[in-house]
Design a protein around this ligand. Structure first.
Ligand code: HEC
Ligand code: HEC
Length: 356
């Protein structure tokens, strides 16, 4: 028995010395490190004591209790009750485990993630307050900065889509001009689309009614219309077919081809009072033909340029099934001032000089 005690003391000293050799110089006078060391000592001590207790018990104890009837190759088990302490601590541990996995760790602020979220919120609020009133130039400058970090890796430093030299294909959309391909427009018309966060989204072909013909849009019309839009809203010389289908079918959501003399708004989108993205749209008055396809705020996006409402919606929800690939969502990563700034910057033209 004495040997066992000597062994226990030696083991304790060796383990503690080893621990101290590894972390000792990090301890300094930091109370947390000292406490950690103290608890390490307690854990080692308790472990050694418990182990010794059981070794002793194994030497001296004789089995007792009621034996079960079955015998497995001559071995029989005792029919003892589960120790109460063991049962209670198992149940408590399970309850604690469930709490920890559902609300305790991931959401609670007393975790690294929680701490981080809390800090991030404080600084985001600060930034939001500081940049609540930005001038246009400030927005463009901030947008340019964020673009260089977050967007340029895919869209290229000037937003021109960065050609992939081996394939000649764009790795991400060219943002310097809004240029939808015929295939893309045609796909949207056939299937509809709902990913930019507009209420209701874009109906598929069975929701596209041509007021001029009094019928649902036909295959032929889809083809003409897709060419017209992909062509920069131009029909073949001498024809007005595409334009007519557009005014008959699409203007209610994508902006009016207004009667002569009537004023509308084009480009950057108009900010409606209820715009919950909080993005101020810049608007420019336009007339007639000039307004076609420029979108109606909160109803349908501009098909001609990147207005700030469209970009803000896009940043929040991303774009999943484009022709080129996936445009990731940035909603959680960017603060509201950054979204505003980027939206303004893309709408302004990522390749254009910013005037002071
Ligand atoms: C009921 C309103 C509505 C009508 C009518 C409508 N659109 Fe749309 N359209 C939308 C909305 C909303 C979106 C945005 C879809 C999204 O969130 O993905 C959209 C998106 C689009 C897009 C894709 C834009 C993008 O950024 O990817 C194209 C192309 C388009 N519409 C063309 C048309 C054409 C052509 C017509 C006429 C035949 C038309 N739309 C009629 C509401 C409409
Ligand atoms: C991981 C690469 C990647 C990053 C990073 C990225 N984009 Fe994109 N983005 C794409 C791709 C790919 C598309 C084309 C989607 C498609 O096929 O239609 C796209 C499309 C777009 C479009 C056009 C959407 C439309 O409906 O026409 C805009 C605007 C845009 N991105 C803005 C941004 C901004 C602003 C940022 C920076 C916050 C950004 N993107 C970061 C890959 C990226």
């Amino acid at each position: 028995m004495k040997n066992l005690w000597i062994f226990g003391v030696v083991l304790f000293v060796v383990l503690m010395a080893g621990t101290y050799a590894v972390v000792g110089d990090m301890m300094g006078d930091d109370i947390v490190n000292i406490l950690t060391m103290a608890f390490a000592a307690i854990i080692v001590l308790v472990t050694i004591l418990v182990v010794m207790k059981y070794i002793k018990q194994m030497k001296n104890d004789t089995a007792s209790g009621e034996l079960v009837d079955e015998s497995w190759d001559g071995l029989r088990e005792y029919n003892n009750d589960i120790p109460v302490g063991w049962a209670v601590s198992t149940i408590l541990l399970m309850i604690w485990g469930m709490w920890y996995m559902t609300t305790g760790y991931p959401l609670n602020e007393y975790s690294q993630i929680g701490e981080y979220n809390k800090d991030a919120k404080i600084s985001n609020d600060k930034i939001a307050k500081h940049f609540a009133q930005m001038s246009d130039t400030q927005k463009l400058k901030m947008g340019e900065g964020v673009f260089a970090v977050q967007c340029a890796p895919c869209h290229g430093p000037s937003g021109n889509g960065q050609e992939n030299y081996s394939t000649g294909l764009l790795t991400a959309e060219d943002l310097t001009t809004r240029n939808m391909s015929k295939t893309y427009v045609s796909k949207v018309l056939h299937e509809g689309s709902n990913q930019l966060g507009y209420d209701g989204g874009m109906p598929d072909r069975f929701g596209l009614f041509n007021m001029n013909s009094g019928n649902l849009i036909s295959d032929e019309e889809i083809s003409v219309l897709s060419s017209y839009i992909a062509n920069g809203f131009k029909d073949a010389v001498g024809s007005s077919e595409g334009r007519d289908i557009f005014t008959g079918t699409c203007i209610s959501c994508h902006g009016a081809g207004l009667a002569k003399g009537a004023k509308g708004y084009k480009s950057y989108g108009v900010k409606p009072e209820s715009d919950e993205t909080g993005v101020e749209g810049y608007s420019t008055a336009c007339e007639g033909e000039d307004c076609i396809g420029h979108g109606v705020s909160l109803v349908g996006p501009s098909l001609r340029d990147y207005n700030s409402c469209l970009v803000a919606n896009l940043l929040k929800s991303g774009k999943k099934e484009g022709e080129i690939g996936v445009m990731p969502a940035f909603g959680d990563m960017l603060s509201m001032p950054q979204i505003k700034a980027l939206s303004a910057f893309v709408a302004h033209g990522t390749d254009k000089e910013i005037e002071e």
